[in-house]
Design a protein around this ligand. Structure first.
Ligand code: A3P
Length: 286
């Protein structure tokens, strides 16, 4: 299947025609946010599912009921994905949502209401590595083809939700940064307890140390991998073939070293240097 068959161009970026049909994108354009909504914003493969585990646990004060009974896409639904099961307007506050939109794609109500956003970033070489495997197992995406071809597509933004560079820069340049928390996958790997604690402070949910520790433990890769509500095991194989690559695949920092050749890494670095030259933010991977 090709880009023309599986993707739709929306505001200059590729969206998945099957999951993000035009009438639903129109609905998202007109969506009304509430001030106490919580948005997890990410470029795909940066730690969305991880955050869909952490935030509900923080908000429930550590009660695991929702992460044990609801699949991640129901407890923290993607705003751009059409869902047959959920009516977002009927969800009780505080609602939790995920989005892969770039900042400049967010609807008018978002800039007016300014709900809290947690923006998760990850080393783009690891995002690329994770995406390469994901595009090979999810039937709604265009198969990656040879790695060198996929590398060019990724660096040129000819993949779903567009360019990693545009995405990260758009959120880093957001107008009202005080309602946005920036955190990286790498920081979460380095110290999950500290990350959970920072997230709970940002969400104004006070948690004692023991609860923070319990949440962090639940959200360890090895434990989340066993949670059938978070590991996509209920998705039919025709849609996600986890015999090709598991959704919770490796969960490590630096897997790009096993994926990219020296020449590919060098090329990646050169593109990165050029595209990120005006960015002042200090990334942990730089
Ligand atoms: P890998 O493919 O490198 O393993 P997203 O949810 O945004 O699509 O991101 C998926 C990536 O996050 C995958 O990366 C997945 O394994 C990783 N991930 C999910 N839960 C994690 C956790 N608890 N700890 C570490 N990595 C996690």
């Amino acid at each position: 299947m090709t880009e023309a068959e599986l993707y739709t161009l929306y505001k200059g970026v590729y969206m998945l025609s099957s999951l993000h049909p035009p009438d639903h994108l129109k609905y998202y354009e007109e969506f009304c946010f509430r001030p106490d909504d919580i948005i997890i914003a990410t470029y795909p493969k940066s730690g969305t599912t991880w955050m869909q585990e952490i935030v509900p646990l923080v908000m429930s004060g550590g009660d695991p009921a929702s992460v044990e009974t609801l699949p991640n896409w129901q407890r923290v639904p993607w705003l751009e994905v059409q869902s047959a099961e959920l009516i977002l307007e009927q969800m009780p506050s505080p609602r939790m949502f995920a989005t892969h939109y770039q900042y400049n794609m967010m609807p008018t109500s978002f800039s007016e209401v300014k709900p809290k956003v947690i923006y998760v970033m990850r080393n783009p070489k690891d995002v690329f590595t994770s995406a390469f495997h994901y595009y090979g197992m999810a039937s709604f995406t265009v198969p990656p083809g040879p790695q060198s071809d996929f590398l060019h597509k990724f660096l040129d933004g000819k993949v779903m939700f567009g360019s990693w560079f545009d995405h990260v820069k758009s959120w880093l340049n957001a107008e009202d940064k005080e309602h946005i928390m920036y955190i990286s996958y790498e920081e979460m790997k380095m110290d999950l307890k500290d990350s959970v604690s920072r997230i709970s402070q940002f969400l104004e949910k006070s948690l004692d140390t023991e609860v923070v520790g319990k949440i962090a433990n639940r959200c360890l890769f090895k434990n989340m991998k066993k949670n059938s509500m978070s590991n996509y095991s209920s998705v039919p194989r025709e849609i996600m073939d986890q015999t090709k690559s598991e959704f919770l695949r490796k969960g490590i920092v630096g897997d790009w070293k096993n994926q990219l050749s020296a020449a590919e890494a060098e090329y990646f670095n050169a593109v990165y240097k050029d595209k990120m030259k005006d960015v002042k933010y200090k990334f942990v991977w730089d």
